[in-house]
Every structure is written in structure tokens, then in C-alpha cells.
Design a protein around this ligand. Structure first.
Ligand code: IPM
Ligand code: MG
Length: 364
């Protein structure tokens, strides 16, 4: 039996509700399947930790995560702490510390979800956005001078490296190649940004030569937003810089029906470090503590975590359980226009998983 070591970091807000729900799903899966088990360790890092200790996580925190097989993360964000502190002190510290350079964001319209685009059939929207996750606009390079004086100035410098662009392009082409349509769109803004984005385009062309069976095109980021709305079926795998993909992935999630459903993986493709999986919705303080959060974004992140561990069959089972649940509108949470609670949705998914395993063992 394989035992996977999973770190859970609920973080702030509804992260404290959805991460225990995700853990329940993994536990239900392990209970019904003798092939593997999970060993969880929970970390109380985030806003409350900051109020006590003045930091979002301990200085040597990464060392406690290093030997884990994967990390399940909730969200970081606190109304009383500036956003750049919560972000840089926890999530980015882990992403950058573990060089999780590929951020992967799949989007589909799941069964039963009422998506906002009238002319878009569910089959038309099946995207996977690859976000460069280690540099670019989120490099953290810059500064402020003359603070508080009329001549105050500030910079945020976007750093792009050849090595950084090559590795994310290679990852994106490989991912596109693994999908049935073998179709990649490279997002750019090389008309206005005439240095780094021109290098980005050039490297995309170079790497494309390694993948002759992948069909690819280029789209300016502004035009890409219109294409996502007007011609969703022309897109499949999409690769973009850190900030461009941040924006496009929120649009993608909204077009698929709700931010509450969307998952993400912060991946170290070389597996030198653990990868980290999280729902993209954030801490949502307006609904925290009420049991109303949609746990589906976390469950889908659990699917990505299982895929990363190589547990494809189990991942498929969880995805099927999720889709059975979203198809039933009485199990929709508030973000989807329903009244179901986090606990109800979680119990329904766990029950589905127990059923699926019974069916599988009968068939065997
Ligand atoms: C995301 C989020 C974060 C980001 C925020 C919370 C800083 O929007 O994961 O997409 O911009 O990376
Ligand atoms: Mg975002």
C-alpha cells in the first residue's frame, strides 16, 4: 500500500472550510480503496498566525513541507493585513521557494452549471490555461523612493529569463500534445511590450519546432479576452505570462459559471519539490464561517493532486463524483444560485465515492 504525505494549509477565510472538506474527500477515497492511504499534516499559517507571530509562516516553514508528496492550500487574504503581505508571506513564498513554475488552470462547464454565455455549448469550452508562475510581472523586483514627497516614484519590474520562458513553453507544448486536439495558443503583447514579449514570441517559435504535431497560434492578450467570449471553441491549451494568465483565468472561471468551481495546480514539473494545489476563489470573507462556501474548487484541485501523484484512476473517480453532484441543482451552493451548504456538497461527493468503489469492486 502506498502512503502519500499531504500537507494541508487552510490559510484564511473560507480556506478553513473548504480544505477540511477536501481532506474528507481524500479520506473517503482512501477508506474505500486499499491501494493507498494519506498521512495528513495540517499547518495553521496565514492571517491568524501573522497576528500572533508577525509573519505569515515560520522562517523555516518550507523545510516542514519539503518531504511531503503534495500540498493542499486554501487561500491567503485577510481584511486587516495588506494583500501584498499575505500573498508574498505565504503563497508566493511557497510557489517561489519550491520553484513551482507551472501554474495549471483547467476550465470546463460542468454538468448542471448555468454558464453565462448564451451561444456557448458546454463542449465549446474546454480549456487549460498554463500560467508562468515564477517570474514576469510577479518577480517582486522594484522599489519606492521619495515616499510621501511629491517626487515619489515606484517601479515593478517584470523580469523574463530565457530559461524561464523556455521551460514554461516546453511544459505548455507538452501539455497541449497530451490533449486530444493538440492545440496551443500563445498569449502575447509584443506589439506594445517590445523587449521581453518579443523574446517570449521568439522562444515560443523555437520550442514549437520540438513539437511538430502541435498546432499553435499567437494571440494578443486583449484580443484573447474577446476570443474567449466570441469563439471559445477555437481555444484549447493556452500559455501566458504570470499577470496575463492571472486575468485570463478569472475570465475563464466566470465564463464556466463560477469562481467557486475553478481549481489550480502550482507544479514543479521536475518534481524536485512538492507541488501545491488550491481552489482559485480566495478567502471570501463575506461568507466565511457560515458553511456556505463551494467546496467544488477544492475537490477539483484534489483531482489535480491525485493526477500529479500518478493516481489517474482515483482522480477520474473523484471527477465523476464531482460531475454527478454538480448535475443535481439541489446540491448547488450560493455562488451557483442554490442553497446547499459546504457540508451537504461534501457529504454527497463522499457518498458518491463510496458507491463508485463498491461498483468497481463488484465488477472486479
Ligand atoms: C490567483 C490570485 C492571486 C494572484 C492573488 C490572490 C494575488 O488572483 O491565484 O489568481 O494574482 O496570483
Ligand atoms: Mg487571480
Amino acid at each position: 500500500m502506498k502512503t502519500y504525505r499531504i500537507a494541508t494549509i487552510p490559510g484564511d477565510g473560507i480556506g478553513k472550510e473548504v480544505i477540511p472538506a477536501g481532506r474528507q474527500v481524500l479520506e473517503a477515497l482512501a477508506k474505500a480503496d486499499p491501494a493507498f492511504a494519506f498521512e495528513f499534516e495540517d499547518f495553521d499559517w496565514g492571517g491568524d498566525y501573522y497576528r500572533k507571530h508577525g509573519v505569515m509562516m515560520p522562517e523555516r516553514g518550507l523545510d516542514s513541507l519539503r518531504e511531503k508528496d503534495a500540498i493542499l492550500f486554501g487561500s491567503a487574504g485577510d481584511p486587516d493585513i495588506p494583500d501584498h503581505i499575505t500573498l508574498w508571506g505565504l503563497r508566493l513564498k511557497i510557489c517561489q521557494g519550491f520553484d513551482q513554475y507551472a501554474n495549471v488552470r483547467p476550465t470546463r462547464i460542468l454538468p448542471g452549471i448555468d454558464a453565462p454565455l448564451k451561444r456557448c455549448k458546454p463542449a465549446d469550452l474546454d480549456w487549460i490555461i498554463v500560467r508562468e508562475n515564477s517570474e514576469g510581472e510577479y518577480s517582486g523586483v522594484g522599489g519606492r523612493v521619495h515616499q510621501g514627497h511629491p517626487i515619489e516614484a515606484a517601479t515593478d519590474v517584470s523580469i523574463m529569463t530565457r530559461a524561464g520562458v523556455e521551460r514554461i513553453m516546453r511544459f505548455a507544448f507538452r501539455l497541449a500534445q497530451s490533449r486530444p486536439r493538440k492545440l496551443l495558443t500563445v498569449i502575447t503583447k509584443s506589439n506594445a511590450q517590445r523587449h521581453a514579449m518579443v523574446m517570449w514570441d521568439q522562444i515560443a517559435l523555437e520550442i514549437s519546432k520540438e513539437f511538430p504535431d502541435v498546432q499553435w497560434d499567437k494571440e494578443l492578450v486583449d484580443a484573447a479576452t474577446a476570443r474567449m467570449v466570441n469563439r471559445p471553441a477555437t481555444l484549447d491549451t493556452i500559455v501566458a505570462t504570470n499577470l496575463h494568465a492571472d486575468i485570463l483565468s478569472d475570465l475563464a472561471a466566470a465564463l464556466a459559471g463560477s469562481l467557486g468551481i475553478a481549481p489550480t495546480g502550482n507544479i514543479d514539473p521536475e518534481r524536485r519539490y512538492p507541488s501545491m494545489f488550491e481552489p482559485i476563489h480566495g478567502s471570501a470573507f463575506d461568507i466565511m464561517g457560515k458553511g456556505l462556501a463551494n467546496p467544488v474548487g477544492t475537490f477539483w484541485s484534489v483531482v489535480m493532486l491525485l493526477e500529479h501523484l500518478g493516481e489517474r484512476e482515483a482522480a477520474k473517480r473523484v471527477m465523476q463524483a464531482i460531475e454527478t453532484i454538480t448535475a443535481d441543482t439541489s446540491l448547488h451552493t450560493g455562488d451557483l444560485g442554490g442553497t446547499a451548504t459546504t457540508a451537504q456538497v461534501t457529504a454527497a461527493v463522499c457518498a458518491q465515492l463510496a458507491k463508485a468503489t463498491v461498483a468497481a469492486s463488484r465488477a472486479a
